[in-house]
Design a protein around this ligand. Structure first.
Ligand SMILES: Cc1ncc(COP(=O)(O)O)c(C=O)c1O
Length: 360
């Protein structure tokens, strides 16, 4: 039986729960549970993928040179300091696996992305959850939680599912006050939706212990292809590259991501649509008596007054074929995380909730 004993931490993992995509008996389900792009993938990415498919009998590149070059050109960064993964999830896995193990601690905040404790346990390290303050990351709480065993701080900015953002000044203060032996990972999955925010790029550019992670799954509309990237100091990236599988990204995924990266107009248009509909949805939710913070992402966290009220709101949405995300696992049992859709989809959400309020 000894051979069957899993590595430390593995049995502490609770499986990740993705957003639901089906509703029994409903055909035209509106999925607003996983923060996907309502406009779908950029046409340029579909074209690139279709063309690359003809070469799918050949192994893909191992060094992702073309995609890293595109990223370097678009974001004005050093291609040698970019690492690409199967979603940003895999980049987060590289850093946790490469730099933490049994006996080490990985800090995340109480409402941080739910993959963080999973990744810490996968590495055999101990996840340490620290409180936020009014649904915003609390830099002092993070700093107070640092011990001699702390190796990594995983920070979602802007947050998921809160949608709130730590100010640039606070982000710099966190980087300044963390010991340099601790890696600060700034997970910028929703950066493009936060006006004027660089996702932590400027910090990752100059600090020896800061890694920024980004994804093609959200505004770039490629969630199903699984491509993300990280940017950090060269020596950190070199370590992570050693544990990256040589063919982790497929030919078609690489081609689509490269085309998407270069389609900056697409990103601008999607961000503009999101900003309009997010303001509309936020205003409507508040009017309907569902509290929500201003969001810097492509979703809004609506907080009902109680769990039964949240259940009822969700049931009303489901009855109209709309799926949203309950976020009890993130510490918000009375919360509904609603992805911002296009104008028609947002209208559908507002109508369903208005009818529900009028009926109750
Ligand atoms: C905060 C955050 N980080 C990372 C990810 C992972 O995204 P992906 O692996 O698709 O890049 C997500 C996805 O929902 C997220 O919300």
């Amino acid at each position: 039986m000894a051979a069957m004993t899993p590595q430390p931490g593995i049995m502490d993992i609770s499986l990740y729960q993705g957003g639901a995509s089906h509703l029994a008996g409903v055909d035209n389900v509106l999925k607003l549970s996983s923060n996907e792009n309502p406009l779908g993938p950029p046409p340029a990415a579909i074209e690139a993928l279709t063309s690359a498919a003809k070469g799918m009998h050949l192994y893909p590149s191992t060094d992702h040179a073309a995609l890293r070059t595109a990223i370097a050109e678009v974001w004005n960064v050093d291609a040698d300091r970019v690492i690409c993964g199967v979603g940003s999830d895999e980049v987060l896995q590289f850093v946790t696996q490469a730099f933490a193990g049994p006996g080490d601690e990985i800090i995340h905040t109480e409402h941080g992305f739910s993959m963080y404790p999973i990744l810490a346990n996968m590495a055999g390290a101990t996840p340490v959850s620290v409180p936020e303050r009014d649904r915003v990351v609390d830099v002092d709480a993070i700093l107070n939680a640092v011990t001699d065993h702390t190796r990594i701080v995983l920070l979602t900015n802007p947050g998921n599912p809160t949608g709130t953002r730590l100010s640039d000044a606070e982000l710099v203060r966190l980087a300044d006050e963390l010991p340099q032996r601790v890696i600060l990972v700034i997970d910028g999955a929703y950066t493009e939706y936060a006006e004027g925010y660089d996702g932590g790029l400027a910090l990752a550019e100059v600090r020896p212990n800061v890694l920024m992670t980004r994804t093609f799954s959200k505004i770039y509309g490629l969630g199903g292809l699984r491509v993300g990237w990280g940017y950090g100091p060269k020596d950190m990236i070199d370590v992570m590259t050693r544990i990256r599988q040589p063919f982790n990204l497929s030919t078609v995924a690489l081609a689509a991501a490269e085309a998407a990266a270069r389609d900056t107009k697409w990103v601008e248009d999607c961000a503009a649509l999101n900003a309009d509909q997010r303001a509309r949805l936020t205003g409507a939710l508040r009017q309907l008596g569902l509290a929500c913070d201003d969001s810097d992402t492509n979703f809004v966290l609506a907080r009902a007054a109680s769990v039964p009220e949240a259940d009822a709101a969700e049931a009303a949405l489901n009855a109209d074929g709309i799926l949203v995300r309950r976020v009890g696992g993130y510490g918000f049992p009375e919360g509904l995380r609603i992805t911002v859709g296009n104008a028609e989809q947002t209208g559908r959400v507002i109508s369903a909730l208005t009818e529900w309020r009028n009926a109750s």
